[in-house]
Write a protein that binds this ligand. Sequence first.
Ligand code: NAG
Ligand code: NAG
Ligand code: NAG
Ligand code: NAG
Ligand code: CA
Length: 597
Amino acid sequence: MRCRGLVKVPSTSNKYKIFLRLLIAADRVQFARLLIEIKVARSISIPEAPVAVEGSEATVPALSAAPSCQLNTLPPLRGRHVNSRLSHNMARAPAVFYVLLCLLITERVLSNKARNVLILLADDGGFELGAYGNKICQTPNIDALARRGLLFNNAFNSVSSCSTSRAALLTGTPSHQSGMYGLHHGVHHFNAFDNLTSLPNLLRQNGVYTGIIGKKHVGPDDVFRFDYEQTERNNHIDQVGRNITHIKLLARDFLANANRDNKSFFLYVGFHDPHRCGHSEPQYGAFCERFGSGEPGMGTIPDWAPWYYQWDEVQLPYHVQDTEAARRDIAAQYTTMSRLDQGVGLILKELEAAGHKEDTLVIYTSDNGIPFPGGRTNLHEAGVRAPLLVASPEPGARRNQASYAMASQLDLMPTVLDWFGISTERAEDNEVTHGDEPKSLLPILIKEPAYSEAEAVFASQTHHEVTMYYPMRAVRTRRYKLLHNLHHAMPFPIDQDLYVSPTFQDILNRTRSKRPLPWYKTLRQYYYRPQWELYDLRRDPAELNNLHGKPSLTEVEAELRARLQSWQRRTRDPWRCAPAGVLDHDQCFALDNGLAD
Ligand SMILES: *[C@@H]1O[C@H](CO)[C@@H](O)[C@H](O)[C@H]1NC(C)=O
Ligand SMILES: *[C@@H]1O[C@H](CO)[C@@H](O)[C@H](O)[C@H]1NC(C)=O
Ligand SMILES: *[C@@H]1O[C@H](CO)[C@@H](O)[C@H](O)[C@H]1NC(C)=O
Ligand SMILES: *[C@@H]1O[C@H](CO)[C@@H](O)[C@H](O)[C@H]1NC(C)=O
Ligand SMILES: [Ca+2]
């Protein structure tokens, strides 16, 4: 396979000379082989659960009698009421598997072995990764991490905006329930509710040494407190979020503290790459790709060897127009990806040097989709579908494999708590207690769950910037997505950062001057959306063919709608009556504004 489009330039040289063309490694992550069956376990199965009516709950007697694994944090294993999706999944799973799982977990907690977690969070990072099939953008370090662990092909953000997504990741709570309705900084000024239980607070209470390096972007401080904080609050964001040499040294410092105190640790590294910076620091380029590049006046980052790409050979995402301006924008993003990728490599080396390669769960993901039209701030796929790599050091863990299980970033908090063997009782203050609730992903690291059409993830967005009020709610199963644009008559808002980008300016200019725009939508279509959008993602991954109201899908749509509403009710969504009604004392009262359907 030829690796096209790649130009590597030494940081000291200005000559854009190709001197290296790489072959794509042959041992790519295997996308096809998924269902590894444990033959012995298959012969014993739990009877099918009664089919639950939407919103109601079904008890699964077989489960109450089955493994009483008190140490596990998965609610179903405590023999509680479980919702239809979970009971469905559990009912299909082999009983022996759960018994083994309980034994594993019990042994793990009793052996008191050190266990740590490292979260590597990209900022607006997408699928510009070799591991996810991008053939041009070179990310050898992240690809190596993917080979060491499990690659999720169906992982989703619960919201497509920075602060809200980070708050959701750190509390397991959707944005409408956390109170973090939009961006935290400056005039936007959003904060989560004071009564929320966050992952770092819970871990600190349980004796885990917690650290954050890089972008924090959530508040209030008391709700999100880490023992070790090197963030934009006490540093320049570029130093803690983009200067990978500086980040490496901070990680070394944190790990030395953890080792000195002989403590389990949780380290959250919030890279600011590959976020745009044309709005805040245009002197460094659209993606800050020149910051520390070694070009005159840009400074150097000793550990970064930037990679440069030819604009005409980037791998264009389907939601970005095929023009030189947009392609150059993507090429700049790729260069910034090389800084993120090498940063990930440095942190993993520090982890190993500190003696923690074999006892640390490593998670790589991104807070929201890429900052291009159709991406960040949208609940369409390019806005919420996220890379998710989870590498477990456990001997039985899946490696160099892909999972198609539906995973939400709301699942990360229960996953980390499960890893540390901490009960989620206190986390349940966050009110997500029944139904389609967040779940630990650890069982998936051991075995691919049986395929289920019933698995779903949810998304909820209200603001990005304070001016960008555009509430949306969505439910996504493996096949379908139902998206509700609550205030659909308003134009879809555009954030400052996207507005000044070469890609959006190009769309504007071409639309204004009526020049050809080789894009998947018109600007008008992008701004004005219908109230309901229903997509069959198997047939229509770009979400271009709205099937809302299609007679053959009446039942599918009604089911998704009921499920979305039920999730909104359970998570106390203040918007659950919008736009057709007003909420009062947990009831919706009609407005007769013609939007009831
Ligand atoms: C560190 O803690 C573990 C238990 O968590 C214990 O077995 C070990 O002896 C401790 N090491 C030191 C040097 O204190
Ligand atoms: C990055 O950090 C290193 C170490 O602190 C420093 O020497 C270097 O000048 C920094 N680079 C930039 C571009 O700020
Ligand atoms: C947390 O605070 C919010 C806002 O005041 C409130 O609506 C919610 O019910 C509170 N949750 C709990 C568990 O107290
Ligand atoms: C768009 O038009 C403006 C004004 O004519 C111009 O300054 C700018 O360079 C153009 N941008 C792009 C990306 O074509
Ligand atoms: Ca972001």
